[in-house]
Design a protein around this ligand. Structure first.
Ligand SMILES: N[C@@H](CCC(=O)N[C@@H](CS)C(=O)NCC(=O)O)C(=O)O
Length: 212
C-alpha cells in the first residue's frame, strides 16, 4: 500500500525511536520498513536512493515525498498535526527552551556516540568514550531540567524534549552511565516510560527486535 506513512527504522536506533514516539502521540498509523544497521543495510544502493546520508530514520509520506533527519521529521509532524497532540507550546521562550534541550541531546550528545563514530573510536575504547560523552551531556541536562521539570521535562506537558530524552537514557544505561548522578532525568524517564505511546515505540516492541 502506498497511501500510508512509511518509516524506515531500526529497532535500536534512537533517532528512529524519536519519530516512533511522535507518530504514536499524534495517533498516526504507519508502516515500518526495517533497515538492519548491523547488516549494513543502510549502506545499500537501494536505501542510499531513499536517504543519501545512509542513516535511519527516513519518513516516506503518502504522496511519495521523503523526509530525513529525525528532528526535521518531528518539526514537520508538529506543524502538520499540531491539533492531534501539541508537542511545542505557543510561547516563544518556552519553545526555544525545549528546542535547546533537544539540541543538547540530538546535536551535542547523540552524534558523538553514534554507531559510525564508535566504529572509528575502536572496540577497546568505545564503551569508555560513549559513557564519558553521555555523562558530560547529562550533567548539563540535569541542571537545565532542575529549572523546568515537572512530571516530564517541561512541567506536566509532553514535549519534543521528552521524545529525545527517553532513547538517550536507554543509551546511557546501555553504556553503563551512573544514573544515580541524575535523579531528575531518572524520574522524568520513569514517568514517560509508563505511557502507552512510549512503551509501543520501545526497541523491545518493534517487529525487527530479535527474540531475546
Ligand atoms: N541526525 C540524524 C542521525 C541519524 C542517525 O545517526 N541514525 C543512526 C541510528 S540512531 C544510524 O542510522 N546509524 C547508522 C550508521 O551510523 O551507519 C537524525 O537525527 O536523524
Amino acid at each position: 500500500m502506498d497511501n500510508e506513512l512509511q518509516l524506515y527504522t531500526y529497532f535500536r536506533s534512537s533517532a528512529s525511536w524519536r519519530v516512533r514516539i511522535c507518530l504514536n502521540l499524534k495517533k498516526l498509523k504507519y508502516k515500518s520498513n526495517y533497515v538492519n544497521l548491523l547488516k549494513q543495510e543502510q549502506k545499500s544502493e537501494e536505501y542510499k536512493k531513499i536517504n543519501p546520508n545512509q542513516v535511519v530514520p527516513t519518513l516516506k509520506l503518502p504522496d511519495g515525498q521523503i523526509l530525513s533527519q529525525s528532528i526535521a521529521i518531528l518539526e514537520y509532524l508538529e506543524e502538520k498535526f499540531k491539533l492531534e497532540y501539541q508537542l511545542l507550546p505557543d510561547d516563544a521562550i518556552k519553545k526555544a527552551q525545549i528546542r535547546s534541550v533537544v539540541q543538547l541531546i540530538a546535536s551535542d550528545i547523540h552524534p558523538i556516540q553514534n554507531l559510525r563514530v564508535l566504529k572509528e573510536v575502536g572496540e577497546d575504547k568505545k564503551a569508555e568514550w560513549a559513557k564519558k560523552w553521555i555523562t558530560d551531556g547529562f550533567k548539563t541536562l540535569e541542571i537545565l531540567l532542575k529549572e523546568t521539570a515537572g512530571k516530564y521535562c517541561f512541567g506536566d506537558q509532553i514535549s519534543f524534549a521528552d521524545i529525545v530524552l527517553v532513547p538517550q537514557v536507554y543509551n546511557a544505561i546501555r553504556w553503563k552511565v551512573d544514573m544515580s548522578e541524575f535523579p531528575i532525568i531518572v524520574r522524568v524517564e520513569k514517568n514517560l516510560s509508563l505511557l502507552d505511546e512510549f512503551v509501543n515505540a520501545h526497541p523491545d516492541n518493534q517487529g525487527d527486535c530479535p527474540p531475546s
